[in-house]
Structure formats: structure tokens, C-alpha cells
Design a protein around this ligand. Structure first.
Ligand SMILES: Nc1ncnc2c1ncn2[C@@H]1O[C@H](COP(=O)(O)OP(=O)(O)OP(=O)(O)O)[C@@H](O)[C@H]1O
Length: 244
């Protein structure tokens, strides 16, 4: 299965940074969305980003994930001992990075309704040039691992909200991306389903030695992560490690 190829978890006491953001600034006209935000994400850890509406969480996630470039500051991605500065890349290079190094899970899944569950999960591999049969063969074990065996041929509208979100999680894993970004992944779900989806998300990321960065308003989701970073006015102002 795809996740057998993933990196091992970091050894205790020597956390390795996979993403290091330093002094990120991003302005939209008169609005300063990021005002010197800095953080590190270590290999194999789950980090929650919390904060009031408008504090800059999504903008931070988008800068870290090469969705947008910051106006200034640095984002360093380190994979297999090789560090790359990604903050200044052009759109084409950012797009390639997103397809190969990052996975994404959003609140509404962002799945293609006209495709089946299996096709949705296989899609990132096909976009990266894998033939359909190979892509679907790699995708199917992920659906099974996330409790969706037998549902491969259903279209997204024939799944519950929690099932659809698990398809989105499978899709974010199938390229073995070292970092997965999730923006309010449980925002549209009831609390029991939210717990299931969070279990699936942690299993598919941290459980495979990958890193997870999750933006959330839900303290229950944050509580499940290794570290919780609090944002205010475009900066990280506080960090805590939830007691479990
Ligand atoms: N594309 C954009 N154009 C203009 N302003 C933007 C844009 N994106 C974000 N902003 C502004 O930047 C600030 C930070 O927005 P951001 O979405 O990062 O906050 P957030 O903490 O994720 O908020 P929420 O919890 O409501 O999603 C806000 O004032 C927002 O209005």
C-alpha cells in the first residue's frame, strides 16, 4: 500500500522540521492578514492553528502550502534532508509542489461530484501522470483503510458527509505527501462524525509518519493534536501542548 513508503516517525527528542515559516507578511490592500507569523512543523506531528475569525489562519495555511506567496518572509520545506525555499516560487513551481509534496482536506471536501469515490481518490495520481489503472489500484487500499471498502463506485452525492470527508482524506494521502493541510475539516459535521473523521485524519497522517497542519475553530479537534498554535492579528501569539 502507498503508505508503506512513507517516512518513519521522528525519534523522540530530535524533532525534524519539515516546514519552517519565518516572519511571514501578507497584505490584501489595507488589510494585513499576516504580520510576521513564524512557526515550525515537525515531521510526523499534528499541529492545530486556532484563533478568532480574521486572525489570519487560512492565509497562513495558504502561504505554508504554496497556494499563495507571502509579500515577505520565508517558508522552508525540508524533505529527505533536502531544504527548499518555497515562498518566492512562481505559480507553476508552486502548483507542482502542491501536487507532489502536499495533501489538502477542506471543510466541504472539494470532491468532484460527477466522479466515483475511487476516481476522486485516484485523481491526484492521474494528474501526476500515473495511468488510470495504476492510480485506481493505489487508491483502493486507502479507501479501505479509511473504512470505505465497498463504496468505491459510489458517487459523492451517494455518501454521507462523514464518508465524503473520509474520501477527501484518502485523496490527500494517495500521493504519499509528507505534509497534509486541513482547513476546518470537520466544520460541517456533527460531533460524533467529527470524531470519526479526526481519527481517520490522524491515522492517515501522523499515523504514517506524515505531518498534519489543521486550521480549526473546534477545541475538540485541536485537543487531538500534538501542539496548538493560537493566532491573533496575523501572528502566532501562544502555543500549548494539549494534556490528554
Ligand atoms: N483574498 C483576500 N482579499 C482580501 N482580503 C483578504 C483575502 N483573504 C483574506 N483576507 C483578509 O485577511 C484577513 C485574514 O483572513 P483569513 O481568512 O486568513 O482569516 P481566518 O483566521 O482564516 O478567518 P476565519 O476563521 O473567519 O476563516 C481578514 O481580514 C480577511 O478579510
Amino acid at each position: 500500500m502507498e503508505f508503506q513508503h512513507s517516512s518513519p516517525a521522528p525519534t523522540a527528542g530530535t524533532p525534524t522540521a519539515v516546514l519552517t515559516a519565518t516572519a511571514l507578511v501578507k497584505r490584501y490592500g489595507p488589510t494585513t492578514a499576516l504580520d510576521g507569523a513564524s512557526l515550525r512543523v515537525h515531521r510526523g506531528e499534528a499541529v492545530a492553528v486556532m484563533g478568532a475569525s480574521g486572525s489570519g489562519k487560512t492565509t497562513l495555511l495558504h502561504c505554508m502550502a504554496a497556494v499563495i506567496g507571502p509579500d515577505s518572509g520565508s517558508v522552508q520545506l525540508t524533505v529527505d534532508g533536502h531544504a527548499t525555499e518555497i515562498a518566492g516560487l512562481d505559480e507553476e513551481a508552486r502548483s507542482q509542489l502542491r501536487r507532489t509534496r502536499f495533501g489538502f482536506v477542506f471543510q466541504n471536501g472539494m470532491l468532484l461530484p460527477e466522479l466515483t469515490a475511487l476516481e476522486n481518490v485516484a485523481l491526484p495520481l492521474m494528474v501526476n501522470g500515473h495511468p488510470r489503472h495504476a492510480a485506481e489500484s493505489a487508491a483502493a487500499p486507502w479507501l479501505a483503510a479509511l473504512g470505505l471498502a465497498g463504496m468505491e463506485q459510489r458517487r459523492i452525492g451517494q455518501l454521507s458527509g462523514g464518508q465524503a470527508q473520509r474520501v477527501a482524506i484518502a485523496r490527500a494521502q494517495v500521493t504519499a505527501a509528507p505534509v497534509v493541510f486541513a482547513d476546518e475539516p470537520t466544520g460541517a459535521l456533527d460531533s460524533a462524525t467529527s470524531d470519526d473523521v479526526m481519527n481517520a485524519l490522524l491515522y492517515a497522517t501522523k499515523g504514517q509518519g506524515r505531518s498534519l497542519v489543521v486550521v480549526t475553530h473546534d477545541p475538540r479537534v485541536a485537543q487531538r493534536c500534538d501542539r496548538v498554535l493560537h493566532m491573533s492579528d496575523g501572528r502566532i501569539v501562544r502555543e500549548e501542548e494539549p494534556v490528554r
